[in-house]
Design a protein around this ligand. Structure first.
Ligand code: LLP
Length: 860
C-alpha cells in the first residue's frame, strides 16, 4: 500500500477553455486536497485547438499555408490567457516549437507520424501550462508535469499506430506514487505519452479519457473523475431525446457497452484500465459541479435485469450471404469471414440461420470504399450468393441480463410491427440486443422505444432525471404548485395520531378537480369513475359539482344511488358480468353498456326495449402500464370493429336501441389528444348505429406521479375535443375520469416500524404494505415518499417495505428520502385513486382507515 492517496480528475476541451471553468477546476482540486488526496489534473487542449492542429498537419503535408491555422491557435490561447490574467509568455517556447515543426513539415511537404504526434501534443501542453500558471497565482501549490514522464507506451504496432494511437500499459507504478504524492496539485496533459525510444506519441481518439484512467490505475487512485460538459451517460442521446434519463450508476461492462454503442461522454477504450484496477469512474459536469453524474464502479447496484440505454448507429452496411446447406460445408464461416478480413473490414454484428449468414459493417471502423465492397462481393461469389443492403441503421437495447427480460420487452417490441427488421443480434455477453432497420425509420423507432421503456420508470439509484429536467432553464421548467400536503403537516400528524396506515383526502383538492371537469366546454357530461375511490364523501362532492358516475358493478351502481340519490346520471360499464348484473343495472336506472355479443345472443329478453351503449375496442390501448391498457387485440374489453355489424343486427333482433358509443383505451394517459383520437374512431363506427347521440370517450386522464412533473393540460384536452364537436355538433360528448378527480387529493400516511441494512441495501419498514397500497407491487407504480417527521434530515437511499410475507411487498425502491427512524411518519403521495379501494386483508393485517380533511376539521 502506498502512503499516498490520489484522485485523478480529467477536464475536457470545453472545461479548460473558459476562465470561469478554471474556478471550478481549482475548487475541485482544493476539495480533494482537503480530503487528503493529491489531485492529479489531466487536461485536454482548449476546445477547437486539436482540430486546428490537424489542419496545420494537413496543410503542411501538402506544402500549403500554415499561418492561418497557427494564428487561430495563438488567438485561442491568448483569449484564455487574457481571461485568466496569465502572461502568454508562459507558452512562448511551446508556440515557437510548434511553428518550427509546422514550417519544417511545410518545407518537406510531408509529415511523418512522429512529427504529427509532436504537433498534436502541443494543444495539451499549452492549455496545461496556462492553467498551472493560474492555479499557482491563486496560491495553490501546483506542479506542472510532462505527461511523457508519466505514461510510456508499449511501442507495439505499425509506425502510425505506435505514434498516433499508442497503447499505454497501466500496471501499478510505486515510483510514480512516490514522485507525485505530496501536497502539490499535479497538472498534466491528457492524450500525450512517450514511446520506448523517448519520442512523443499520442493516444488517438478519446485519448485524454484513457490517459486519466491509465494514470489512475498506475497511481492506484481512489477515484477517477471525468469532467465534461454533460453530467454523464444517458438512456439515449439527450440531444436527440430530451426525455433521455441520466444513468446514475453503472457497472464497468455495461458502461463499456453503452460507450461503445453510442454515448460520447466517455471513450470506451478508457474503461479497461479503471476496470482492471477497480477504480470508480465518476462523470461530472463542469458547468454544474454540484450535480452528481454517472458513477461507474464494481460495486454499482446491480438491481434486476433491465434495459439501461438505447442507441442507434447510422450508415451501416449489411451483407447477406445465402447458401444452401452451408452447415454441411466445413469451414464456410471461416471462409466467408476470411474474405472480410482480407479486405481489412471488421464485422460488427452477425446473425446466422440454416441457409443465411448476415453481417453488418460499421463505417466508423472501416474505410467503406464502394470498390472494396464490390471486391468483397466478388470474392464471396464462389461460396454463396451475397447481397449488399446500404442505408441501414442499428438500434440497440443495452442493459444487463437482457435475455431474462425479453418477455417484459414485448410491448416495446410491438413497435417493430411497422418496421422492416433486417437483422436481430443478441450479444453473447447478454448486454445488448440489436435490431438493424432501414435508416429512415431508426430515429422514430428509437424515440418510441425510449418512451415505452423509460417514460414511466421511477427515479431510482440507477435511472435518474431526464435531460430536460436537469437542464430546463427556469422559463422552460414546468410550472407546478406545491402539493396541498406540503402545507398541511400539522393536520396530517394529528390524523395519523389516531392510527396508521391511513388515507387522507383533501376536500378542497377534490372540489377543485371536480369543478375543472364539470366546466369543460366541449364535454357535455363528465362521469366520475367510482372504482377509483368510492368513499361516500368523494362521491357526494363529485355529485355536488354536477358530475355523473361511471360504475363497473351493481355494487357500485347501488352504492351511488344510496349516497347521492335517484337523480344522478349513472353509466354501468360491466365486463364479463353475469346476466343478473345487467338486470340489476337496469333496475337501478343506469345506462347500460355492452361490450360483447354473447349477452345479446343468449339473453335477448334482458335487453328488449332497452336503450344501451356499445363499448367499442378502438384498437390501440394507452396508459401507464400494460395492465391498465384496455384496448387492442390482447385486451378483454370492447367489441372489435369487425364485429360491430353483427352487434347492431343482434341488438335489432333483441329489440334494443343503441343510443351511445363508448370506448376507454386505458388509464394514466398524459397525452391531451388521446380522447379526440378515441372520438374520431367512434365517429367512424357511427353509421352502423343511427340512433346513437352520445359519444363517451372514456376516462384515463392521468396525473403526474411525482412532484414537479408537468400535469395533463385539461384545456388542451378540451380544445382537442372542440374539433370533434365542430365536425359532429349532433352528438353529446361524455368522459369518465376517475384518477383525475381523486389521485392527487389523497395521500397515505404510514409509520416507520424499523430499519434494516442488508448487503448494499438499506430498508425502511413501515406499517403499510402491498395490502394497503397495491399499485407499486402490481404495476411498479411510483408514489412520492416524504418524511413528515424529519423532513430536513440528511437524505439517504432506501427501499420502503411493508410487513407482508411477499418479496414484492415494496412500496418504494431505492429512493432518496430524508433519513427516518422508528416512529417517523412517512407520506406516500398521489395515493387517492386506486389506493384504499384496492386495499385488502392479506395476511389478516386489516384495511387502512380513510379520513377526509375538510378545511379546519376532519371527518371520518
Ligand atoms: N372508464 C372505464 C370504462 C374504466 O375502465 C376506467 C378504469 C375508467 C373509466 C377510469 O379510469 P381513470 O380515469 O381512473 O384512469 N388500478 C389501476 C387503474 C385501473 C383502471 C381501470 N379502469 C391503477 O391503479 O392505475
Amino acid at each position: 500500500m502506498s502512503d499516498h492517496r490520489f484522485a485523478v480528475l480529467k477536464f475536457g476541451g470545453t472545461s479548460v477553455s473558459r476562465p470561469e471553468r478554471w474556478a471550478v477546476i481549482r475548487a475541485q482540486a482544493q476539495s480533494q486536497r482537503e480530503e487528503g488526496r493529491t489531485p492529479v489534473l489531466v487536461c485536454s487542449a482548449v476546445a477547437g485547438v486539436t482540430d486546428d492542429l490537424q489542419t496545420v498537419i494537413a496543410q503542411a503535408g501538402s506544402g500549403s499555408d500554415v499561418d492561418t491555422p497557427l494564428a487561430r491557435i495563438t488567438e485561442r490561447q491568448a483569449e484564455l490567457a487574457r481571461g485568466l490574467g496569465v502572461d502568454l509568455a508562459v507558452i512562448a517556447d511551446e508556440m515557437e516549437e510548434l511553428r518550427r515543426l509546422a514550417l519544417g513539415a511545410q518545407l518537406l511537404g510531408e509529415t511523418s507520424p512522429a512529427v504529427q504526434a509532436r504537433i498534436l501534443a502541443k494543444g495539451e501542453r499549452m492549455s496545461t501550462r496556462l492553467g498551472a500558471a493560474w492555479l499557482s497565482a491563486q496560491g495553490l501549490p501546483t506542479r506542472w508535469v510532462d505527461a511523457r514522464d508519466l505514461l510510456q507506451s508499449d511501442g507495439r504496432g505499425p509506425l502510425a499506430r505506435r505514434m498516433l494511437a499508442a497503447h499505454v500499459p497501466w500496471d501499478l507504478a510505486p515510483a510514480l506514487q512516490r514522485d507525485l504524492g505530496g501536497d502539490a496539485v499535479i497538472v498534466t496533459q491528457g492524450f500525450v505519452a512517450r514511446d520506448p525510444d523517448g519520442a512523443t506519441c499520442v493516444l488517438g481518439r478519446g485519448g485524454s479519457d484513457t490517459s486519466a484512467t491509465t494514470l489512475a490505475a498506475k497511481l492506484g487512485a481512489e477515484v477517477c473523475e471525468i469532467w465534461t460538459d454533460v453530467p454523464g451517460m444517458f438512456t439515449a442521446d439527450p440531444r436527440k431525446q430530451p426525455a433521455a434519463r441520466l444513468l446514475r450508476a453503472l457497472g464497468y461492462a455495461e458502461a463499456q457497452e453503452i460507450a461503445t454503442t453510442g454515448a460520447k461522454v466517455l471513450h470506451p477504450r478508457a474503461i479497461a484500465p479503471a476496470r482492471a484496477a477497480r477504480i470508480p469512474i465518476s462523470i461530472r459536469c463542469t458547468p454544474q459541479p454540484d450535480m452528481a453524474g454517472t458513477r461507474i464502479a464494481a460495486d454499482a447496484p446491480t438491481g434486476p435485469a433491465q434495459v439501461k440505454a438505447l442507441s442507434r448507429r447510422r450508415g451501416l452496411v449489411l451483407v447477406s450471404m445465402e447458401t444452401l446447406g452451408m452447415w454441411q460445408e466445413v469451414g464456410f464461416l471461416a471462409d466467408a469471414f476470411g474474405v472480410f478480413a482480407d479486405h481489412g473490414l471488421s464485422i460488427d454484428t452477425v446473425s446466422t440461420s440454416e441457409t443465411n449468414v448476415t453481417v453488418t459493417l460499421d463505417p466508423h471502423a472501416n474505410a467503406m470504399d464502394p470498390t472494396v465492397l464490390d471486391a468483397v462481393l466478388a470474392d464471396l461469389a464462389p461460396i454463396c450468393t451475397a447481397k449488399l443492403v446500404t442505408q441501414v441503421a442499428s438500434v440497440s437495447l443495452v442493459g444487463r441480463g437482457i435475455r431474462s427480460i425479453l418477455h417484459q420487452l414485448a410491448p416495446a417490441l410491438e413497435q417493430f410491427e411497422d418496421h422492416r427488421v433486417h437483422l436481430v443480434s443478441q450479444a453473447a455477453s447478454d448486454l445488448n440486443l440489436t435490431f438493424v432497420v432501414d435508416e429512415s425509420t431508426a430515429d422514430r423507432l428509437l424515440a418510441k422505444l425510449h418512451a415505452m421503456l423509460f417514460a414511466h420508470r421511477p427515479i431510482d439509484a440507477v435511472i435518474g432525471r431526464t435531460w430536460q429536467e436537469l437542464f430546463a432553464t427556469p422559463s422552460e421548467a414546468p410550472e407546478t404548485s406545491p402539493p396541498w400536503w406540503a402545507s398541511a403537516a400539522s393536520d396530517l400528524h394529528a390524523i395519523a395520531a389516531a392510527g396508521t396506515p391511513v388515507y387522507v383526502y383533501d376536500a378542497a383538492t377534490i372540489d377543485a378537480r371536480a369543478q375543472a371537469l364539470a366546466q369543460l366546454t366541449h364535454v357535455d357530461q363528465a362521469l366520475y369513475a367510482v372504482k377509483a375511490n368510492a368513499h361516500p364523501e368523494v362521491i357526494r362532492r363529485a355529485a355536488a359539482a354536477g358530475l355523473g358516475f361511471e360504475c363497473v358493478s351493481p355494487g357500485e351502481v347501488e352504492w351511488v344511488r344510496e349516497h347521492v340519490g335517484p337523480d344522478a346520471i349513472v353509466l354501468f360499464t360491466p365486463n364479463f358480468a353475469p346476466r343478473e348484473d345487467y338486470e340489476r343495472g337496469f333496475a337501478a336506472h343506469a345506462h347500460v353498456t355492452l361490450d360483447n355479443l354473447h349477452p345479446l345472443e343468449a339473453w335477448p329478453d334482458v335487453f328488449n326495449d332497452r336503450d344501451i351503449f356499445v363499448r367499442v375496442d378502438p384498437g390501440q390501448g394507452r396508459g401507464h402500464h400494460a395492465k391498465v391498457r384496455t384496448a387492442g387485440a390482447r385486451s378483454k374489453f370492447g367489441v372489435a370493429p369487425d364485429q360491430l355489424e353483427t352487434f347492431a343486427k343482434l341488438a335489432d333482433q333483441a329489440g334494443c336501441r343503441i343510443i351511445g358509443l363508448h370506448a376507454h383505451t386505458g388509464s394514466g394517459v398524459l397525452d391531451p389528444t388521446a380522447w379526440q383520437h378515441t372520438a374520431v374512431v367512434l365517429a367512424q363506427c357511427a353509421s352502423l348505429f343511427p340512433l346513437a347521440t352520445i359519444l363517451d370517450v372514456g376516462g384515463g386522464l392521468g396525473v403526474p406521479d411525482r412532484p414537479g412533473r408537468p400535469p395533463l393540460d385539461l384545456d388542451a384536452v378540451d380544445l382537442a375535443l372542440a374539433s370533434v364537436r365542430q365536425a359532429h355538433p349532433e352528438w353529446s360528448i361524455w368522459i369518465e375520469p376517475g384518477r383525475y378527480l381523486i389521485a392527487e387529493a389523497g395521500v397515505l400516511l404510514t409509520r416507520v416500524t424499523q430499519r434494516k441494512q442488508k448487503g448494499d441495501l438499506r430498508y425502511v419498514g413501515v406499517d403499510a404494505g402491498m395490502h394497503t397500497l397495491l399499485r407499486p407491487a402490481l404495476y411498479g407504480a411510483h408514489h412520492h415518499v416524504a418524511n413528515l417527521t424529519s423532513p430536513q434530515a440528511e437524505p439517504e437511499i432506501v427501499t420502503v417495505v411493508g410487513p407482508i410475507c411477499e418479496t414484492g411487498d415494496v412500496l418504494a425502491r431505492d429512493r432518496l428520502i430524508a433519513q427516518s427512524k422508528e416512529g417517523d411518519l412517512l407520506l406516500l403521495g398521489t395515493a387517492g385513486a386506486y389506493g384504499a379501494v384496492m386495499a385488502n386483508d392479506y395476511n389478516r393485517r386489516g384495511r387502512p382507515r380513510e379520513v377526509v380533511r375538510l378545511k379546519n376539521e376532519m371527518e371520518d
